[in-house]
Design a binder for this molecule. Structure first.
Ligand code: HPA
Length: 270
């Protein structure tokens, strides 16, 4: 990537409330979409911003997360690269609970979420290219560093995003399986879309904590070994997101702009 990288970010969700081993200060960012609290660690070469998408006190359930505020806050802090984690249920039988999956595509079954910065009128009008939802350079580097750390990561997977907060029915999971989904979660969308709209490099690693509905008699959350797994994953993520020698990619130019945003029209790319 030839552009200057200022800060980088980790987005965590269920089970991740900070970055272990990093000394971070709390900061509240006033975005056009409301205040967003983050933790910032002054690490070299790039400060790492940690954002729990549910809020620092887990106050927002998946369908009420302030996705636009979260992404706007990162952008306002000068973040250009994001690695996100998502807790998921496993649909693909080859990915038992405890698996880490580097997501490479999405199915969006959410409804009613504010899912764009380009909402027409003052905020502008744009179509966003989604052929490569996640940054190929970040994905490749994460795989390489995970292998070096002996951390097994499945190199690809399709994430089906439901609205939640309920779990799915068995018939819904059978449908997602037929559509090609490997894992199911409630938070991947519209986060990846908003990152694309802002021209940020974004990649997501899902960690499975259960078999999806209908695979066993009941959804059982697996807790054993997950905190240790996440700690190892976060260490690899911090190293990946700070890398200074990533190859070029096309993440920074994803928009087919129809009408630019106007002054005061929210957060937008210059
Ligand atoms: N479904 C949806 N979201 C989830 C699941 C699931 O089974 N597990 C963790 N997040």
């Amino acid at each position: 990537m030839s552009e200057a990288v200022e800060r980088v970010a980790i987005i965590g969700g269920t089970g991740i409330s900070d970055i272990p081993d990093l000394d971070a200060q709390r900061q509240v960012v006033d975005t056009p979409y409301g205040p967003v609290a983050v933790l910032i660690a002054q690490t070299a070469p790039h400060p790492v911003v940690f954002l729990n998408r549910h809020g620092l006190h887990r106050e927002h359930p998946p369908h009420r997360i302030n996705y636009r505020g979260n992404l706007a806050a990162l952008r306002m802090l000068g973040v250009s690269r994001i690695l996100a984690t998502n807790a998921v249920g496993s649909i693909n039988r080859a990915l038992p609970p405890g698996s880490l999956v580097l997501i490479d595509d999405y199915l969006d079954f959410t409804a009613g979420r504010a899912n764009t910065f380009f909402d027409g009128e003052a905020s502008g009008h744009a179509y966003t290219e989604m052929s490569t939802p996640c940054c190929p350079a970040l994905r490749a580097r994460l795989l390489a560093l995970a292998a070096r750390a002996d951390l097994p990561v499945h190199p690809g997977g399709v994430y089906a995003c439901t609205n939640g907060p309920r779990f799915e029915t068995p018939a819904e999971i059978r449908m997602f399986a037929q559509l090609g989904a490997d894992v199911v979660g409630m938070t991947g969308m519209p986060e990846v879309v908003l990152a694309r709209e802002l021209g940020m490099h974004y990649a997501a690693i899902a960690y499975s904590i259960n078999w999806a509905a209908g695979i066993e008699a009941q959804v059982e959350i697996v807790r054993e070994g997950i905190p240790q797994l996440l700690r190892r994953l976060l260490a690899v993520m911090v190293e990946t997101v700070q890398a200074d020698d990533l190859p070029p990619c096309r993440c920074t130019d994803p928009l087919m702009m129809v009408r630019p945003a106007q002054e005061g029209g929210g957060i937008y790319r210059q």
